[in-house]
Design a protein. Structure first.
Lengths: 280, 274
């Protein structure tokens, strides 16, 4: 009797000291999920992303139907319904990058990160939970946005000027490529946020990487630039949905997908190292 | 009532004394923010390094450039193009200068110490503008000389005394200062760092891209009335193409945006809680 109680006590206290890994992972996921869904920017940013991307893509498509009669033969031949439809992603990617950055810098901003790290000292586990949840949300939401803007955009083009459907060769691949790009952009934003630890620095870096770097560097083509500029994250991402790839400053879609994955892995490793080594 | 009477002598401190006190406290806050020196150092790297990269590239590829792209090549603009990257950092510094105080709650002490809120904001903007202008003008000259040293014959290059060049190089410093001040006023308006940064970068960087997607003439016509498209004319030597504004008219467009943000900030900072 006595020994039984003793055993039970030690067993339960032992469990409290070191809960099984699965339980701990589930607890971390639950905690991160509560923080994610109670974050105001987690609602505002995706809604803005959807409104801007779908709304502006539809507007651009509508504008092309209105201007079609003013085009000469060369312009008409150069018209690409899929690129016209997806051009808005040059802006849309910023929402996803900023979303990822805010998920973590918000915690640094209000000091919650210290509570988080005290509750779960396994810092790698926290980052893994954040990454998994953000990747899932970004994947679902970018899929909604990309399919919605594709279907509505092509519906607007249809009947007036050339358009494509999901059944046309290569089209589905480019829609999926766009979804992949937006999802990886949110992860890149998250890892930049972990490394930067402040919203201001992280957001500046996201805009710098996804908007300013390509503006400054894309005009450089010869020599060393030919082997570096196409591998910037935005150029890799654009190579996934633009139809003119494999030429000029864009890599082929396969290389682009692998390249983006490599960026995510390298930045993820740096972020893990930085989170484990530095103070919060 | 009696409390008001008691504070009356303080409130009656001469304008000059109060302005000097506000200036000193704003200066202490500005220089003790850690991001200040970091941002200024970052611009000191970005401007000359971009000038070096771009000008070295164009000197090497000059022989293979088409006559049309040689004609439209602007040696001053290429030397100063690092401004397009540096404006992110200077603009963010402007935003943080304002929102940092709201985040830490210091703004409440500031406004209790100096209830003349408009004066606080004006002094904050003045000190920020003075420091950023002096530093960025220096860097603009540095980037120009780095660029021109690399752009040797046969590549097109200019001297600082050539017509319009001095305006453009001074304009680089003015442009960055205006962007920073725009960020500061947007920060006062929105009071939260992420929202203010998103608004500033949205106006400065995203709007031109969005309008560029429109294509046709309307895109170019609208673009030169944005702070970025208009303001950039001041550090270009060659004007024209789709643009109709000269250097100072273009800069005036940016100044109008800054003035609008300033007017809204001065109006709202007196009405709202801190």
């Amino acid at each position: 009797m006595m020994s039984e109680t003793m055993q039970a006590t030690t067993a339960s206290s032992g469990r409290r000291a070191a809960p099984p890994a699965l339980l701990r992972a589930r607890a971390a996921l639950c905690a991160e999920w509560i923080k994610l869904r109670s974050l105001r920017s987690m609602l505002v940013t995706p809604v803005l992303a959807a409104v801007v991307c779908i709304g502006y893509a539809d507007f651009l498509c509508w504008r092309f139907t209105q201007r079609w009669h003013t085009f000469d033969a060369a312009n008409k031949a150069g018209f690409n319904p899929l690129d016209t439809n997806f051009n808005v992603l040059v802006i849309g990617v910023l929402f996803f990058g900023v979303l990822g950055a805010l998920v973590v810098t918000n915690e640094y901003g209000n000091g919650l990160i210290r509570t988080t790290l005290t509750a779960t000292p396994q810092r790698g586990l926290i980052l893994a939970a954040k990454t998994a949840l953000l990747a899932l949300i970004a994947l679902l939401w970018s899929a909604v946005i990309c399919f919605a803007l594709f279907l509505t955009g092509q519906a607007i083009l249809a009947g007036h000027i050339p358009h494509v459907t999901l059944a046309d060769p290569g089209v589905l691949g480019r829609v999926l490529g766009a979804i992949f790009y937006l999802t990886t952009a949110s992860l890149i934003g998250l890892f930049i946020g972990v490394i930067a630890r402040s919203a201001a620095v992280a957001m500046t870096c996201v805009f710098g990487v996804f908007l300013v770097l390509p503006t400054l560097l894309n005009s450089l083509q010869g020599g060393v630039w030919r082997h570096t500029v196409p591998y910037l994250p935005p150029n890799l991402g654009n190579a996934l949905w633009l139809s003119r790839t494999g030429t000029g400053s864009l890599a082929s879609p396969t290389v682009a997908a692998l390249g983006l994955a490599a960026w995510v892995i390298v930045l993820g490793a740096l972020a893990t190292y930085s989170l484990r080594r530095r103070d919060a | 009532m009696s409390a008001q009477a008691g504070t009356a002598p303080d409130a009656g401190a001469s304008l000059e004394t109060r302005l000097r006190a506000t200036a000193r406290s704003e200066w202490i806050k500005f220089r003790s923010v850690r991001s200040g020196p970091a941002v200024l150092l970052a611009t000191a790297v970005i401007l000359p390094v971009t000038a070096w990269l771009l000008c070295a590239y164009y000197r090497n590829s000059w022989a293979t450039m088409s006559p049309a792209s040689r004609a439209s090549f602007d040696p001053v603009f290429i030397s100063l193009r690092g401004i397009e990257g540096a404006q992110l950092f200077v603009g963010a510094l402007g935003v943080i200068t304002a929102t940092g105080e709201y985040t830490s709650g210091l703004i409440r002490s500031t406004f209790i110490a100096t209830p003349q809120r408009a004066q606080v904001i004006a002094m904050k903007a003045t000190i920020f503008a003075a420091v950023v202008w002096a530093w960025c003008t220096l860097l603009s000259f540095a980037a120009f000389f780095v660029g021109q040293a690399l752009l040797s014959s046969p590549a097109k290059h200019v001297a600082i005394g050539d017509p319009g060049v001095l305006t453009a190089v001074l304009g680089g410093g003015l442009y960055l200062t205006a962007v920073g001040v725009l960020g500061l006023f947007i920060g006062v308006l929105l009071r939260r760092t992420p929202a203010a940064l998103a608004a500033l970068f949205g106006i400065l960087l995203v709007l031109p891209v969005a309008i560029g997607l429109l294509g046709g003439n309307i895109g170019a016509q609208l673009a030169e009335f944005l702070p970025d498209g208009g303001g950039e004319e001041i550090f270009k030597l060659l004007h024209g193409g789709a643009y109709t504004l000269g250097p100072w008219q273009g800069f005036a467009v940016l100044a109008v945006w800054v003035a609008a943000a300033a007017a809204a900030a001065f109006l709202l900072v007196r009405r709202r809680d801190a």
